[in-house]
Structures are given as C-alpha cells and as structure tokens.
Design a protein around this ligand. Structure first.
Ligand code: GDP
Ligand code: MG
Length: 293
C-alpha cells in the first residue's frame, strides 16, 4: 500500500480547492472567483485500493505581505510544503503571472518531487496551443510529470491520481479509510457560510469577512446553527444585510441548502452581522477568529 501527503500549491485562483473537492468527491474546501477564498490548511483524504493520499489544500502564495492576513496566508501556504511527500503545482492554462514565479522558487527550495498540473484546459479552444507551453515549462524544473487537467469538469483527473499514487512512498494508511477530511463539521459549516457570502456579495466586501459559529447543536435529525459574520466597518455591515435584509436572507438560504447536504438532515440557521474594526490586520483578532498556525 502507498500512503503519504500531497500538497496542492499554486498562486491564488488557479483551482486548487476545486481540484481537492473533485478528487475527494465531496465539497470540503470552499471555492469562488475571488482570490483568498481559502484561508486555512485543509486536509482531504482519499483512500483507494492502491493506497491513501492525504491532500493538503493551501491558500495561494501571495506577492503582498503587507497585511497581517496576507502574512498568515503565506505562512500557511509555505509551512504546508515542509512535511509532504509530493507537490502538485497547479497553474492556470498558459497564463503566466509573476506570482507563479514566486511559487516556483518555493518549490525549488523545498527539494520535494513535483507534478505540474495545467488546469482549466476546458477553456482552451485550440489544444495545440498547449504544446509550446509544455515545452517551455519543461525548462523550468525537472517535473516528475506534466498533466493537463480540468479540475472543474473532472478532465484527466484519473491520470493525475494514478501518477500521484505511483509517486507516494509505501506505508500504512494515516487516517481511517472512511475519513474524508481532518476538519470538523463546525469548521466546514463556517466555511460554507463564508463561501455563500463571497459568492453573493461579489466585489463589494471582498476580504473583510469572517464567520464564527456560536452554536452548533444536534437534536435528532435537526441541527441548530447560529453564526456571527464579522466585518470591519458599518458600511460593510449594511451591504451584508442588504435592503430590508434581502442579501443576508439569500446568503442564509443558500448556506442552509449546502449545510443540509453536508449534515444529511434539517438545518435551522441564524445569522448575525457584527463589526470588529480592522480585524484582518490585527494579529490578536486573527488568532481569536481561528487564523493561527
Ligand atoms: P484556488 O484559489 O486555487 O483554490 O481556486 P478555486 O478552486 O477557488 O477556483 C477559482 C475559480 O476557478 C473558481 O471560480 C472555479 O470554479 C474556477 N475553476 C477551477 N478549476 C477550473 C477548471 O478546470 N475549469 C474552469 N473553467 N474553471 C475552473
Ligand atoms: Mg482555494
């Protein structure tokens, strides 16, 4: 049997969390079009007849270290590279940004074997344009493999998975065979609510949001969840609530549907919005909201 840790790394927005969810077959890491959607390190566990791969989803590596939140994200992404057996480096088609360069440096420093996954190929009309990209990528680093994939559509993921298993060391399973993630339902619930906020609000309140679960009570087939949504300013609170509470209501409805799927039962959800000034640049506030390594 094979067993080991696989880090999914790449700049923000290339599709790391989408890939994790597709490989595991369940949503355990939230996704959106916004960068900085993933803030925590999340393990997704895949057990097959060949062995067990423990995928480590990470926040993207950012160029800016200015705010405390960005420093936290880079630290989380960087420390994920310390203890893994294999790296899957995800790039977004032949779209090369300076931030990809930053990731390449980290990968080289780590000395860990790397598979290059070229994602979002479903968006490439002329597949022939991939060839020159693959050739130039080959010169960057001695990759174990270069695999074009579509994380969203599931394209070529079987090939990627086989390669991963092949490259993992021999070993006994690290987690129970039926375990899909190392995170609690409470944590996943907070993340689902944050995802619906990111998707419903669009550009308006980008990264000033955090969600804290105040109550998580299981009563038979019903789970009672009360959550606090933290924002940084009064104006943001008004946006999150919306005209006559419409935005918050929509977020609540969308969250509840996902939560009921996750928990396989009925959910009673209550949401509140509160202001905590500048929490994303305040180390102590970050820690109290669970952003600590
Ligand atoms: P992350 O920041 O690297 O974790 O990226 P996400 O997984 O959150 O994905 C960012 C955006 O890219 C989301 O809107 C995804 O739906 C989209 N996306 C991810 N993979 C693919 C893919 O294979 N094809 C297409 N067309 N979109 C994708
Ligand atoms: Mg992500």
């Amino acid at each position: 049997m094979k067993a080991g840790y696989v880090a999914l790394v790449g700049r923000p927005n290339v599709g790391k969390s989408t890939l994790l969810n597709h490989l595991i077959g369940q949503k355990i890491s939230i996704t959106s079009r916004r960068p900085q959607t993933t803030r925590h390190r999340i393990h997704g566990i895949k057990t097959t007849e060949a062995g067990q791969a423990v995928f480590v989803d990470t926040p993207g590596i950012h160029a800016s270290q200015k705010r405390a939140m960005n420093r936290y994200l880079n630290q989380t992404a960087g420390s994920a590279l310390l203890d893994v057996d294999l790296i899957v480096w995800i790039v977004d088609r032949p779209a090369w940004l300076p931030e990809d360069e930053l990731v390449l440096e980290r990968i080289k420093d780590s000395g860990i074997p790397v598979i290059l996954a070229i994602n979002k190929v479903d968006r490439i009309e002329d597949k022939a344009t991939l060839l020159p990209f693959l050739e130039s990528a080959q010169a960057l680093h001695p990759f174990m493999a270069m695999i074009p994939i579509s994380a969203l559509k599931g394209g070529n993921l079987d090939v990627l998975e086989r390669q991963i298993m092949k490259l993992l060391p021999e070993g006994e399973p690290i987690f129970a065979e039926d375990q899909l993630t190392d995170r609690s339902e409470r944590f996943l619930a907070a993340e689902i609510i944050r995802e619906k906020l990111l998707r419903t609000l669009g550009q308006e309140v980008p990264h000033a949001l955090s969600v804290e679960i105040e109550q998580f009570k299981v009563e038979g087939n019903l789970t009672r969840i009360a959550a606090l949504i933290w924002v940084e300013r009064d104006g943001q609170k008004a946006i999150v609530i919306g005209h006559k509470g419409e935005v918050l209501k929509k977020v609540g409805e969308r969250s509840r549907l996902d939560l009921e799927r996750l928990l396989d039962g009925k959910v009673f959800l209550q949401l509140w919005v509160k202001v905590k000034e500048n929490w994303s640049d305040d180390e102590r506030a970050l820690r109290s909201l669970g952003y600590a390594e």
